[in-house]
Design a protein. Structure first.
Length: 317
């Protein structure tokens, strides 16, 4: 019997290799080289792993709203035009081009929009009606859009919003027309209370941090159909961000109120199943991690911290 018991234990360990795992990430204390460039509240970060660049969105009076660093941590340049209150930021690379998308939750003349910029900060495209909060699809309107994810095909996913009238996930075509839309305010299946972050995996699934419902919800990227949700990992604090590691084995989730990064096992194709927290990275008190991004080449995780007013880089061990 004892022999059988140990065989079962062994099998269990084999299925869940992370049970024994030690720390998975360590802080890169050399990033950035000079932290004095952070002069506002750092809300978001995006990695351009193709070109080795890191974009940081920050807020404040008379501060540059976007800072650009090299992945080694050297400050390169900043830009400020037409960005009011950045909330989410995303780098989109195609074979020939790269651009930076920013969700702007400001209430002034540039706010309630999702904007596309060149890497140097030239405004290329505005989605939404600048300065006007709304729910309309023609013309397109947002109310405090929280985050954007753009696929290589140009299809766009927007979670809208960060506490405004909308609690929805929107999929737009590359010419900015609605493909599908899901979500209303509520706690039921496919409803949201502050959909705060969105990402897409290679298996056709869209992952949304449903912040104030303290869960992650998953949808089919083609149809918008609900595939499942995770809530058991978020009893202490809701998920603020959702990003995959470079190998798509894990999800990195920021939990702002408990100053923690949670590392969750990503299910393979198909069933969403239960939530397994593989590992955590405990940050200092009052750090307040808001949104994260992952370098899909090196695996490094960048964390935008509102409380600490900085971005920190964690490298896989």
């Amino acid at each position: 019997y004892l022999f059988l018991y140990f065989q079962v234990l062994k099998a269990f360990d084999y299925s869940f290799p992370w049970k024994e795992q030690q720390q998975m990430y360590k802080l890169d204390i050399g990033w950035p080289k000079i932290s004095e460039y952070f002069t506002g509240q750092t809300f978001c970060v995006a990695v351009d792993s193709l070109h080795g660049l890191v974009y940081v969105g920050q807020r404040g009076e008379n501060v540059p709203k976007v800072l650009v660093f090299s992945e080694e941590g050297y400050f390169l340049y900043s830009w400020n035009n037409t960005v009011e209150m950045p909330h989410g930021i995303f780098v989109w690379n195609t074979a020939t081009d790269s651009s930076v998308w920013i969700t702007d939750v400001g209430t002034g003349k540039y706010g309630h929009t999702v904007k596309q910029y060149s890497p140097s900060g030239k405004l290329m495209q505005i989605l939404g009606t600048p300065g006007n909060a709304g729910s309309s699809l023609i013309p397109l309107q947002f109310d405090q859009p929280a985050e954007i994810f753009v696929e290589e095909s140009g299809d766009i996913y927007v979670v809208d919003g960060d506490g405004g009238m909308n609690n929805r996930l929107l999929k737009l075509s590359d010419d900015y027309k609605e493909i599908w839309l899901t979500g209303t305010n509520g706690t039921g299946i496919g409803q949201f209370k502050i959909p705060h972050s969105v990402t897409v995996d290679p298996f056709g699934r869209v992952w949304v941090a449903d912040r104030d419902n303290r869960r992650i919800q998953v949808f089919d990227k083609i149809t918008g159909e609900w595939l499942g949700s995770w809530s058991s990992c978020f009893s202490e604090d809701g998920p603020y961000s959702v990003r995959f590691t470079a190998n798509y084995k894990y999800l990195i989730v920021a939990q702002l109120n408990i100053n923690r990064l949670a590392i969750l096992a990503a299910p393979p194709v198909g069933s969403i199943g239960e939530c397994f927290m593989v590992n955590t990275v405990q940050l200092a008190d009052e750090t307040k991690p808001h949104l994260v991004d992952v370098d899909m080449k090196s695996g490094a995780v960048y964390v935008a911290e509102i409380g600490a007013q900085q971005v920190q880089k964690y490298v896989p061990l």
